[in-house]
Write a protein that binds this ligand. Structure first.
Ligand SMILES: [Zn+2]
Length: 269
């Protein structure tokens, strides 16, 4: 908290893991309590937190209803002691003097080891922590897992977006099968006893990787596939870029589909 008129700067180190929103509302409560004590005739409390100001204006908050409830009587008491109180939004990080001063004070407080104020966490904050912990454990398990490594090379981040690629249902089915590595290519059929050896004319196992990246019999078609992918601006062609593209998904899926048609594999996948 910073008051340019009274040259007052105050900062407190909050307990760990509370959200930025909580910290902003707690700062409002302190500011109003300070008004209640010092009793200035008129005061404007400035903040760069749109979320906290909107919660204050609406008198409710989904994230921290308890803190907004605490703030309301503090505002009422400040008015009772004769202070006229207003709130103002100020933009952050554009050189507003007071805003820069509180930023410095807040950073300094954050660097302290000792906690000044223990703020209880709200349900939403517990949910966030639980969600992060689940993702962390899931990620660790996915990294240490022995199975599913083909798919791991295409999607190694469990919290990353997992979009079903494809412009229609048929394409989505094909792309999903390619990504999982379980499809009607010879090696997959061989593993379930539906193909005599699962091998390609070139002598290698007919896997998704073999078809898309390696088979010497498909060099011409692959050249077209790679060229279509590189034309989108994607810097290199990899299994991940072909089957789980982050950008230019529509164009990449089309290039893969064209490749499958050109190589007569479209109906087999
Ligand atoms: Zn081959």
């Amino acid at each position: 908290m910073y008051s340019p008129g009274l040259q007052v700067t105050q900062s407190r180190r909050l307990s760990n893991r509370v959200s930025v929103f909580t910290a902003e509302v707690v700062a409002f409560i302190w500011a109003v309590q300070w008004v209640e004590e010092v009793r200035p005739q008129q005061v404007v409390i400035c903040s760069d937190s749109t979320a906290a100001l909107m919660a204050l204006q609406g008198g409710r908050s989904r994230l921290r209803p308890d803190l907004i409830c605490e703030l309301q009587p503090a505002l009422y008491r400040a008015e009772l002691v004769g202070s006229r109180l207003g709130f103002l939004w100020v933009p952050a990080h554009v050189g507003v003097e007071g805003n820069e001063a509180v930023d410095v004070a807040a950073k300094e407080a954050l660097g302290r080891e000792e906690v000044d104020v223990n703020v209880t966490m709200g349900i939403s904050e517990y949910y966030r922590i639980i969600k992060e912990e689940i993702a962390r454990r899931w990620q660790k398990k996915w990294e240490g897992e022995k199975r599913g490594r083909f798919y791991y090379n295409i999607q190694n981040d469990v919290s990353g977006e997992n979009i079903t690629q494809g412009n229609n249902r048929r394409e989505q089915i094909i792309m999903t099968r390619l990504k999982l590595g379980h499809c009607g290519l010879a090696w997959g059929l061989f593993r379930i006893g539906k193909h005599h050896n699962g091998l390609c004319e070139c002598g290698e196992k007919v896997t998704v990787q073999h078809v898309l990246m390696e088979c010497s019999k498909l060099t011409t078609e692959r050249r077209e596939l790679f060229s279509a992918v590189l034309d989108t601006g994607i810097p290199c062609v990899s299994m991940r870029n072909l089957l789980n593209p982050v950008q230019h998904q529509r164009a990449v899926v089309k290039a893969v589909m064209d490749f499958l048609v050109d190589t007569d594999l479209h109906s087999k996948v």
